[in-house]
Design a binder for this molecule. Structure first.
Ligand SMILES: Cc1cc2nc3c(=O)[nH]c(=O)nc-3n(C[C@H](O)[C@H](O)[C@H](O)COP(=O)(O)OP(=O)(O)OC[C@H]3O[C@@H](n4cnc5c(N)ncnc54)[C@H](O)[C@@H]3O)c2cc1C
Length: 403
């Protein structure tokens, strides 16, 4: 049975996140949208202080049979904070995607070594670099290489669009998990994740992207030139086995896609709340319970937006619940991500459409949410790629048979 009950202690923490979203994130949302490469250092400090007290941690953990509840809680928190500002949410000091890769691929010793430090308050960000100039959706086509040389791996290649890449590589005691091939002839089996610590010689941030949305989030391009990392920084086993390393890429996404879905839901809820307030101020009531023929067009639109958002939320909760209970959630994680990515782009566009000039004006945040929404349909697997995964799982095809 799925139990969505939140215990009072977790509810108290969620209330704190809601307060942070309302009182800390919203007031600086526009400022950092307009000054894309400015860093909200006071926000980092406040969130870092909170997370060190155990109040503001985000990250997923695979459960061992019995529910840990951690992923479910994480996505509830992600929704609250993304309601405040999804770009700022991505900037909160936390193990992020890099931490999820360590959780998915690392040995127990590596998890202890790389993740425990977050709890101790040393590194602040961990990023993950898969995407390259010639490969995004088809992550099996990675060309970055890792060659063994004595007691080191030597990494060479270029990675682009790495979320929090600059902060993890340069500005903090962070690390970047870099996916590289140890044996090109082995195809996807040869792809392995490597932890590259901040300031490692040979790792250079060559660019920070200018973007349409989530402009406060740092998105970096990184070049690795003879970048040497200790042998034990390869996460998991160095052995090249069929489906070996690539399985870990998928396991990472199974953990992170429900979180991205929750981020999308937070943005969608922000837009919906804005429309609700707008209707209220004009004494337009949404009359629930009437048959559709008796409703006005705006009432029908509003209810449809609410229904779609709730459907996406339930899918995300289910994907998280499965993960927390040690069950495979590959299908459900992609369903949640695909649904939420689609719904948030539709809701934010509809909200702008319904409110006309008010929606389009930079005096309000609605136009920003419309720009912020689209990324949820792109990173962590695009809409099309997640639909492909869903089709494969339901129809029982392999990635070779359906691509
Ligand atoms: C702001 C931002 C942050 C990002 N953060 C990270 C990060 O932290 N780490 C990281 O590694 N990457 C990151 N990415 C990269 C992101 O994951 C990729 O952009 C995404 O996976 C798509 O890859 P691509 O850009 O190469 O597009 P392509 O793979 O070239 O896709 C282009 C289009 O073709 C479609 N398409 C591709 N293959 C198929 C197919 N088989 N069937 C149907 N349609 C298909 C896609 O859906 C898309 O619409 C980020 C991107 C952005 C914009």
């Amino acid at each position: 049975m799925i139990d969505f009950e939140i215990d009072p202690e977790l509810q108290r923490r969620l209330d704190t996140y809601r307060m942070v979203a309302q009182q800390i994130m919203r007031p600086i949302s526009r400022e950092y949208d307009e000054n894309e490469h400015a860093r909200p250092t006071e926000f980092y400090e406040a969130m870092w202080a909170g997370s060190r007290q155990g109040g503001l941690q985000v990250g997923a953990e695979r459960g061992g049979g019995k529910s840990t509840g951690r992923t479910l809680f994480t996505i509830l928190a992600a929704e609250e904070l993304s309601w405040g500002d999804v770009g700022l949410f991505l900037q909160i000091p936390n193990p992020g995607l890099g931490g999820a890769a360590v959780m998915a691929a690392g040995t127990p010793q590596q998890k202890e070594r790389f993740l425990k430090r977050f709890a101790e308050g040393r590194p602040k960000w961990a990023a993950m670099a898969i995407t390259e100039p010639g490969c995004g959706s088809d992550s099996a086509a990675i060309t970055t290489t890792a060659r063994r040389d004595g007691d080191h791996w030597v990494i060479n290649g270029t990675k682009i669009f790495c979320t929090s890449g600059k902060m993890a590589a340069e500005l903090s005691e962070g690390f970047v998990v870099v996916w590289a091939t140890v044996d090109k002839s082995a195809g996807r089996a040869g792809i392995k994740p490597f932890v590259v610590e901040h300031h490692t010689p040979g790792m250079t941030v060559v660019r920070v992207e200018d973007k349409m949305g989530i402009r406060v989030s740092d998105t970096a391009a990184l070049v690795f030139e003879d970048c040497r990392v200790p042998l034990d920084n390869l996460l998991g086993s160095p052995e090249v086995k069929p489906e070996g390393g690539f399985k870990d890429v998928m396991a990472t996404f199974d953990a992170t896609r429900p979180i991205v879905a929750a981020m999308a839901i937070g943005v969608g809820r922000a837009a919906l709340d804005f429309v609700r307030d707008f209707l209220k101020q004009r004494n337009i009531e949404v009359r629930y319970g009437l048959c559709p023929q008796r409703l006005s067009a705006i009432e029908r639109d509003f209810m449809e937006m609410e229904v779609q958002l709730k459907a996406a939320r339930l899918l995300a909760w289910r994907a998280a619940w499965l993960l927390d209970n040690g069950q495979r959630n590959n299908l459900e994680a992609s369903m949640a991500k695909a649904k939420a990515g689609l719904v948030v782009t539709q809701i934010t566009q509809k909200a702008v459409e319904l409110l006309g000039p008010l929606g389009y004006s930079r005096a309000y945040l609605l136009e920003k949410w419309m720009r912020d929404a689209k990324i949820n349909d792109i990173f962590e697997g695009t809409q099309q790629i997640n639909l492909l995964i869903i089709a494969r799982r339901i129809l029982g095809y392999s990635s070779k048979e359906l691509n």
